[in-house]
Write a protein that binds this ligand. Structure first.
Ligand code: HEC
Ligand code: HEC
Length: 416
C-alpha cells in the first residue's frame, strides 16, 4: 500500500499536468486603454446589445442556436468563449419551445454550432445547421418547424466560439505584416514541414482573419453573419431569413436596421463596436517556470505558427494605432492532418486547414480546439500530430522534452 502510493506520487512528479483554468479575476472583458469618452460610451452601449436576449418579435428564429451573443461568448467575461454551463440546454425548451437536445450538447460540455459536411447527394454542404426552431414558443404561435436530423454523427462538424477579446487589434494588423510574417523563417519552417498560407476574401483579395478557418474579414461582417446564423435575426448585411417557412418567418426584413429618426445605428454596428474596443486578455505575472516555458515554446517551434506578437498599422482609432498585439498566432492557415480535419471548405481553407488559434487568454479557457473536443492542454497539443499535419515535427520535439520542461510550457500557456 505504502509502496503503491509512493509510486503514484513519483509518477505525478514526472508526468506533465495541465494546471487547469487559472483562478482569480477575469483578466479580460474591459475596454482598450486610451479610448475617447465617446468611444467608451459606444463600447458600453455595444456591450448591452451583445448581452441582450431576443424574442421572436425582435427577430429570433425561425431557426437558431441561442438567443444572445453573450450566452456563447461568456468565459471568462462577456466577449469570451464557451462557459462552464452550456446555455443551449435551457434554450431548447425556453418559453415553451419543443426542441429535443441533440446528443452532442450537454450541460457541462461546450457550446457548439454544427455543420453538415455533405448533402444526401454527396456534394459538399458546410453551412451551419441550427440546432433549434421556435416551434412551441409562446411568442411563436402557428409556427410548426422540425429540427434538422442530427442522427448521422459522421456527417457532423462542430465548432465552439472563438473569443473576441482584442478583436479590434486583430482587425488593424495590416495585410503586409501578416504576409511578411508567414514568409519569414522560410528555411527553418521548410525544414520542419511548416508551410502556412493566408485565407483571402474572394472579391477584394485582402487577408481574412476571423473564425477557426480565418474565413471572415471583419467584426462587422462576423456580427451580421452571427446575428443571422446563430440567432436568426436578419439585418442590413444579411437581409434574408435562412428559413422562410410561412407562419414562422413573420417579421418584416431586415429585422435589425438603423433608425433614421433616432440615429440608432442598429445592433450589428453595436456588436462590432463592442468587440473592436475589447481589450486583449491580461496575462498573469511571470514566474521562473513560465519564463522558462516561454523560451521553450519559442525553441521547440510552437512560435513558428503561434507568432508571439504582430503590430497594428496606422488606425483611424488612436487606441488601435501602432499597437502590439500579443496574440500568439500568425493568423494563417495550416494543414493540421486527418486527426483534426473537419471536411469543411471555407474560402481558401481546405478540409484539413485551420487558422493558428490565437493563444492569448488561454489560461482562462475551458474548452480547446475547433470542436471543443478536450478541456486538457496536454491533449490539445497531442492532437496537433497526425497524418499530414504541418505540426508533426514540432510536436515530436515537444514530446521529447524532459517532463519538467513540458510542465514549464504548460504553466506558461496557463499564464496567458
Ligand atoms: C450559439 C453560440 C453562438 C452565438 C449565440 C454567437 N456566437 Fe459568435 N461564435 C460562435 C462560434 C461557434 C464561433 C466560431 C465560428 C467559426 O469559426 O466558424 C464564433 C465566432 C465569433 C467571432 C469571431 C471571433 C474571432 O476572433 O475569430 C465573432 C466576431 C463573433 N462570433 C461574434 C458574435 C456576435 C456579435 C454574436 C451575437 C449576434 C455571436 N457571435 C453569437 C458561436 C456563437
Ligand atoms: C503548424 C502550425 C502549428 C504549430 C507548429 C503549433 N500549433 Fe498549436 N495550433 C495550430 C492550429 C492550426 C490550431 C487550431 C487547431 C484546431 O482547432 O483544429 C492550434 C491550436 C492550439 C491550441 C488550442 C487553442 C484553442 O484555442 O483551442 C493550443 C493550446 C496550442 N495550439 C498549443 C501549441 C503548442 C504548445 C505548440 C508547440 C508544442 C503548438 N501549438 C504548435 C497550429 C500550430
Amino acid at each position: 500500500m505504502r509502496m503503491g502510493m509512493l509510486a503514484a506520487t513519483v509518477v505525478c512528479v514526472f508526468a506533465q499536468v495541465d494546471p487547469g483554468v487559472r483562478g482569480g479575476p477575469a483578466g479580460a472583458g474591459g475596454p482598450l486603454p486610451g479610448l475617447t469618452t465617446a468611444e467608451l460610451a459606444a463600447f458600453n452601449r455595444g456591450k448591452l446589445a451583445f448581452e441582450e436576449a431576443d424574442g421572436v418579435d425582435e427577430g429570433l428564429g425561425p431557426r437558431f442556436n441561442l438567443d444572445q451573443c453573450s450566452g456563447c461568448h461568456m468565459q471568462p467575461a462577456v466577449g469570451g468563449t464557451s462557459p462552464a454551463v452550456n446555455p443551449q440546454v435551457a434554450m431548447a425548451t425556453k418559453n415553451g419551445a419543443l426542441n429535443v437536445l441533440p446528443p452532442f450538447i450537454s450541460l457541462s460540455g461546450p457550446v457548439r454550432e454544427v455543420r453538415f459536411k455533405f448533402r444526401p447527394d454527396g456534394s459538399r454542404d458546410g453551412g451551419v445547421a441550427d440546432l433549434f426552431t421556435i416551434r412551441g414558443r409562446s411568442d411563436a404561435p402557428g409556427c410548426n418547424l422540425a429540427q434538422p436530423d442530427f442522427s448521422h454523427a459522421a456527417n457532423l462538424a462542430f465548432r465552439i466560439p472563438t473569443p473576441a477579446f482584442g478583436g479590434g487589434l486583430i482587425e488593424s494588423i495590416p495585410d503586409w505584416a501578416i504576409r511578411a510574417n508567414v514568409a519569414s523563417n522560410a528555411l527553418l519552417k521548410g525544414a520542419l514541414g511548416i508551410r502556412g498560407r493566408v485565407n483571402t476574401s474572394g472579391n477584394d483579395g485582402t487577408v481574412t482573419r476571423f473564425g477557426w478557418k480565418a474565413q471572415n474579414k471583419s467584426l462587422l461582417l462576423f456580427s451580421a453573419e452571427a446575428y443571422n446564423v446563430e440567432q436568426g435575426v436578419t439585418n442590413e448585411i444579411f437581409q434574408t431569413e435562412r428559413d422562410e417557412t410561412p407562419g414562422c418567418a413573420v417579421n418584416g426584413t431586415p429585422e435589425d436596421h438603423a433608425d433614421f429618426v433616432t440615429g440608432d445605428p442598429g445592433d450589428v454596428f453595436r456588436f462590432a463596436t463592442f468587440m473592436r474596443f475589447l481589450n486583449p486578455p491580461a496575462p498573469a505575472p511571470p514566474t521562473p517556470s513560465t519564463i522558462n516555458g516561454r523560451n521553450l515554446f519559442l525553441l521547440t517551434g510552437c512560435a513558428l505558427c503561434h507568432t508571439p506578437s504582430l503590430k497594428t498599422g496606422q488606425s483611424s482609432t488612436a487606441a488601435l494605432s501602432h499597437k502590439t498585439a500579443n496574440l500568439y498566432s500568425d493568423l494563417a492557415l495550416h494543414n493540421m492532418g486527418s486527426g483534426l480535419a473537419d471536411n469543411i471548405v471555407q474560402g481558401v481553407a481546405g478540409p484539413d486547414e485551420f487558422r493558428t488559434a490565437p493563444l492569448w487568454g488561454l489560461g482562462q479557457r475551458i474548452f480547446f480546439l475547433h470542436d471543443g473536443r478536450t478541456t486538457n492542454l496536454v491533449a490539445a497539443i497531442a492532437a496537433h500530430a497526425g497524418p499530414g499535419s504541418e505540426a508533426n515535427v514540432v510536436i515530436a520535439a515537444f514530446q521529447a522534452l524532459p517532463a519538467a520542461a513540458r510542465q514549464d510550457i504548460l504553466n506558461f500557456l496557463r499564464s496567458l
